[in-house]
Design a protein around this ligand. Sequence first.
Ligand code: AR6
Length: 169
Amino acid sequence: MKLEIMTGDITRMQVDAIVNAANTTLLGGGGVDGAIHAAAGPELLAECKTLGGCETGQAKITKGYRLPASYVIHTPGPVWRGGDYGEARQLADCYKNSLSLAVSRGCETVAFPSISTGVYRFPLQLASEIAVKTILDFLKTDKLLRRVTIVCFDDHTKSFYDKALEKLK
Ligand code: AR6
């Protein structure tokens, strides 16, 4: 099984790329975005300022600077607005586009946070099922990735991803 779910701090992950649950400005924020910028150092924000933002569901890549990870892939997740505004498809796009970008840069190990389930209030059960299904589908045809890790910040969040994996594997 190449997909692994754990509890932890994504800024500590020794992987080729970590994914940032960003916003469309790519200029930093709170939550996991704030933690990644704090750990990477000011050079990360300087590079992000050159990128011209990013649309919801798309992804852009920078170096990892002071992080153990070589790269950061920034993807703005959807804000949950009740489910009738394409949120599910946009969240799937975040995972798919981040993995495509990682592979295009030769990454073999990638770590994701639980995109959109914090400040953006996407329901955890639906978000975890979309994340796990999209990653498993990608892994079915990909040959480069050795490991994809979903790094949950707390055990409550992890329990939803564990259940989704049990259901979908
Ligand atoms: N490692 C792993 N997960 C973390 C960490 C960490 N160090 N810190 C927080 N989380 P959120 P969103 C978890 O709100 O909902 C920002 O301001 C957190 O517990 O960070 O996509 C951006 O700039 C939660 O489970 O992201 C955007 O404006 C998950 O990461 C907005 O928040 C996502 O919560 C994006 O909101």
